[in-house]
Design a protein around this ligand. Structure first.
Ligand code: RM4
Ligand code: MN
Ligand code: MN
Length: 433
């Protein structure tokens, strides 16, 4: 077998050399401007270098809608090829060392071999995601009418076992968390008894919780609709919070940005969960209408900034137990997934750095003096600052690309993969994966 193509480090260095003079000029100008405000740019570069977000294995494949999927060239055909793509993203942006797997989509024949394969590429495994929202071939019982909350105890048991398998596999892979998202819910009024269904959910998740290793966390992911269109069992953060509390100290609430009704104040939910010590972390994406799974920061960058404003506020107050897990959860339907994931990782780092630019003393004072306009201006000053030179320098110092998109395209990774990975028959099926 020939060695799969990878972008050469020397090529990145050469691309950086060409981009360096312009970046240096912008960086120096920004450093001077920030110094006037008493901010040391080097601190912000260090913050940017420390930022981490996990990439979902399913994100590197072309997504789709319920109408169609338009596969792109050179798509990964198995978990190993997915990891190659994740390694390329990390090579260029340097913030995405962790990969989140979905089981059974990514179930390996040999977990040790997969772990070594990842480690050899500087990657490790983030939260495991269980999938009980589809039927796998040969599966004895169907999830058509639910999984962990099904009225039939045997179906619930099967779904519990699917989750236990994820924990077991995750332990072999070095993961430390399990994310449970269920599609359970109803399309018709009367279809489900709301209270009984939630009771069954708790009973099932308790079994999963009991199997958690001591150093693991359980992330409960709520979603208010889809694929169930009338009601879902874990419909919002309130229910999620209730369940996490019922379960115990290792259970937390995961916030997927696309899983809220339109206009909901997500940053406030984030602040509440932080205050209650139950924020698991995020599935980052963006949306206009619903669970659109668009690229993070593409539609509502100010909202993203406001979320990071809460996160950074908690980070700077050294709140005990504050350790949110960040992951991208997007569906790349019409873009090259590698490009989208790189740009999204950069947008998150941007929001994180901008949030560090907020003058927190000034904000606090404006709040105390009931000066809403000055409070908003304090936030807007940070949000409108162009921190791109900080992000570029951070990437370059960490061994990544000053301009990941240009370098990726110039490196012809996708073209090379199109040759190496001829699409197999039947791969163009519709659906989100
Ligand atoms: C769901 C949810 C889950 C993700 C699946 C693919 O809407 O966001 O996190 O695993 O999609
Ligand atoms: Mn999600
Ligand atoms: Mn989702």
């Amino acid at each position: 077998m020939t060695t799969p193509f990878a972008i050469d480090t020397g090529f990145i260095t050469e691309q950086n050399r060409q981009a360096q003079p312009a970046v240096d000029e912008d960086y120096d100008a920004l450093a001077r401007k920030l110094r006037r405000d008493g901010v040391d740019i080097e601190d912000l570069v260090a913050r940017a270098q420390s930022f981490r977000v996990a990439v979902p294995s399913w994100g590197v494949g072309t997504g789709g809608t319920r109408f169609a999927r338009f596969p792109g060239p050179g798509e990964p055909r198995d978990v190993y090829e997915k990891l190659e793509d994740c390694a390329t993203i990390c090579q260029l942006v340097r913030s995405t060392q962790a990969v989140s797997l979905h089981i059974p989509w990514d179930r390996p024949d040999n977990a040790d071999e997969l772990r070594r394969f990842a480690e050899a590429r500087g990657l490790h495994f983030d939260a495991m995601n269980s999938n009980t929202f589809q039927d796998r071939p040969g599966q004895p019982l169907s999830y058509k009418f639910g999984s962990l909350t099904h009225t039939d105890a045997a179906v619930r048991q099967q779904a519990i076992e699917n989750n236990l398998e994820c924990i077991e596999l995750g332990q072999q892979l070095g993961s430390k968390a399990l994310t449970v998202w269920i599609a359970d819910g109803g399309n018709f009024p009367g279809q489900q008894h709301f209270r009984r269904t939630l009771e069954r959910y708790l009973e099932s998740v308790r079994e999963i919780y009991r199997a958690l290793p001591n150093d693991w966390r359980l992330f409960l992911e709520h979603k208010f609709y889809e694929p169930a269109f009338y009601s879902t069992v874990l419909n919002d953060w309130g229910v999620s919070y209730h369940c996490a509390r019922e379960l115990g100290p290792q259970a937390f609430c995961l916030v997927d940005l696309g899983h809220h009704a339109p206009n909901v104040n997500i940053e406030m939910i984030v602040a509440r969960l932080i205050q209650f010590g139950k924020l698991a972390g995020f599935h980052f994406n963006d949306s206009k209408y619903g669970d659109d799974d668009l690229d993070a920061g593409s539609i509502k960058p100010f909202q993203l900034f406001l979320i990071f404003n809460e996160l950074v506020d908690a980070e700077l107050s050294s709140m005990s137990g504050f350790d949110p897990a960040y992951m991208l959860d997007q569906s790349h339907n019409i873009t090259d997934p590698i490009e989208s994931l790189m740009m999204s990782a950069i947008e998150l780092t941007r929001a994180y750095v901008q949030a560090h630019l907020v003058d927190r003393d000034a904000l606090h004072e404006a709040q105390e003096r009931s000066d809403p306009l000055l409070a908003l201006k304090t936030l807007k000053d940070a949000f409108t600052a162009d921190v791109s030179p900080i992000l570029a320098v951070a990437r370059e110092r960490s061994g990544g690309a000053i301009d990941p998109l240009t370098t990726y395209r110039a490196g012809e990774y996708r073209q090379r993969k199109a040759v190496e990975r001829p699409a197999h028959q039947g791969f163009a099926a519709s659906g989100i994966v």
